[in-house]
Ligand binder design. Structure first.
Ligand code: FAD
Length: 438
């Protein structure tokens, strides 16, 4: 527990903002979340929770509840798009789970969000809904809310997602997300219907992550809701009209795109009754996430949105929240907040940048290869080294070095190590020993 209670304001009650609220409230501070939505909830369907995230949920005492609502995939399988041939199989249970001591899970976003909201509220976090932040005074710090009274706190955290008002205010200019050239169909179908179909039965009965990789596109599929739902994400080239970021999709167009793909995947898509397509957008790396006043910082998609190919975007936001909470637990007074923001950004930014770049690279140079020499070499490496993957192995989750970097990260230990350095006066960029001792 921190020695002094500060009031921390978080803008945005997405998965990231809620995680920060939990981490910070646990460290003994007062937390208020300002959220634009009139009611709480999450859109979309499935989300993967990797071990670097489940480690945090365990520490916070909510892993059991999350696990009860999740499916535990046994294997992560990369397949060839034309015939579904298995090219790489990463064993998650028992291997990855034993190695990292925490599970890999699949959960419905709405369930994940609800558990975080309930835990935040149990810890006394106030969530102020229907409050659109329009402007920020970074020096006070204070937010101006549309048609509502202003809100002031000791520290403000911008967790308002990819289309972040906070990021634009910090940059002092418009910074709309850029188009990545991809879009995502997000679909759920009944796993019960799949079990009745001899071609699909196996997919519904084995809780695996199945990924079909093809030219300019890939499909990610897994079970949800106690095995009752099957989640499908199709990433394809973006053909949405300009200025449209989401639209109801034409099923014929979707079927036509996958016409030459594995018959099992095509059979699966026939169960889809309707779907929408979302533009996959991103933002550019920022030079800094915090304001020179030392009273404002960004987190989550607001400052390091990533393409979804490594399934690590929300996990990065949850890590941010855990690090902020663990650092705030250690401060001796409000005067240390500016240094704390330096420590937070210094330990978090290189990691999130590596994930953003790694995800982009995974999509372009592994998942989406067109048929040809590079694809043949990818497939050869995947197949020949499946049992003993090497550093640089195309299945990035199975690459032993990258995997350790992704799944082995312990947000609490990193925060503790960094703060210790700060207290010793050796953390670069901070006022160091003098302020730490005050
Ligand atoms: C297809 C797809 C699949 C994905 N799969 C995975 C996965 O498997 N695993 C994973 O870890 N990640 C995944 N991600 C990424 C993940 O969804 C995001 O990284 C994560 O949700 C970001 O959380 P956030 O809290 O930072 O932002 P958001 O979830 O965008 O939350 C921002 C919040 O701020 C609020 N807000 C916005 N503006 C204002 C304002 N002006 N005033 C007040 N409130 C405001 C919003 O209403 C919202 O509640 C996926 C993403 C996509 C697109």
């Amino acid at each position: 527990m921190a020695n002094t209670e500060c009031h921390i304001g978080i803008i945005g009650a997405g998965l990231g903002g809620l995680a920060a609220a939990i981490g910070i409230a646990r460290s003994g501070h007062k937390v208020t979340i300002i959220e634009q939505a009139p009611v709480l909830g999450e859109v979309g369907a499935g989300i993967q929770i990797p071990p670097n995230s489940s480690r945090i949920l365990k520490e916070w005492g909510i892993l059991k509840e999350i696990e009860d609502l999740s499916v535990r995939p046994q294997n992560c399988i990369l397949r060839r798009y034309r015939d579904g041939k298995k090219l790489s199989n990463l064993n998650l249970v028992p291997l990855v789970e034993e190695q990292y001591q925490h599970p890999y899970l699949h959960i419905h976003r709405a369930d994940y969000h609800r558990v975080l909201v309930e835990e935040a509220e149990r810890l006394g976090v106030k969530i102020q809904l229907d409050s659109i932040v329009e402007k920020i005074d970074f020096n006070k710090p204070k937010v101006y809310i549309k048609n509502k009274p202003d809100f002031e706190a000791d520290l403000l955290i911008g967790a308002d997602g990819l289309k972040s008002v906070c990021r634009e205010a910090l940059l002092g200019r418009a910074d709309p997300p850029y188009l990545t050239g991809d879009l995502a169909y997000r679909i759920t179908v009944s796993a019960e219907d799949m079990r009745k179909d001899p071609i699909l039965k196996e997919l519904a009965e084995q809780p695996n992550i199945n990924i079909w990789m093809g030219p300019d596109a890939h499909a990610v599929c897994y079970l949800l809701k106690g095995g009752g739902l099957y989640n499908i994400v199709l990433i394809c080239p973006d053909n949405l009209p300009e200025l449209v970021s989401q639209a109801k999709a034409d099923l014929k167009e979707m079927h036509d795109f996958f016409e030459h793909w594995d018959p099992q995947l095509r059979q699966l898509l026939r169960l889809c009754k309707e779907t929408s397509k979302w533009r996959v957008q991103n933002s550019r790396e920022m030079s800094s996430w915090s304001h020179p006043s030392g009273k404002f910082v960004l987190m989550g998609d607001a400052c390091h949105a990533t393409q979804p190919y490594l399934a690590q975007g929300a996990a990065m936001a949850v890590e941010d929240g855990a690090v902020l909470g663990a650092l705030l637990e250690r401060i001796k007074g409000k005067h240390q907040i500016p240094d704390l923001l330096v420590v937070y950004e210094t330990i978090r930014k290189p990691r999130t940048t590596k994930v953003v770049q790694g995800s982009n690279h995974f999509g372009r140079t592994v998942f989406h290869l067109k048929d040809g020499a590079r694809q043949q070499e990818r497939d050869r490496q995947l197949l020949e080294h499946n049992d003993k993957p090497f550093e640089g192995y195309p299945n990035r989750w199975a690459d032993p070095v990258f995997q350790e970097f992704l799944f082995g990260y312990n947000a609490f230990t990193e925060a503790e190590k960094a703060w210790q350095k700060y207290e010793e006066g050796t953390f670069p960029g901070t006022a160091g020993k003098y302020l730490a001792k005050l």
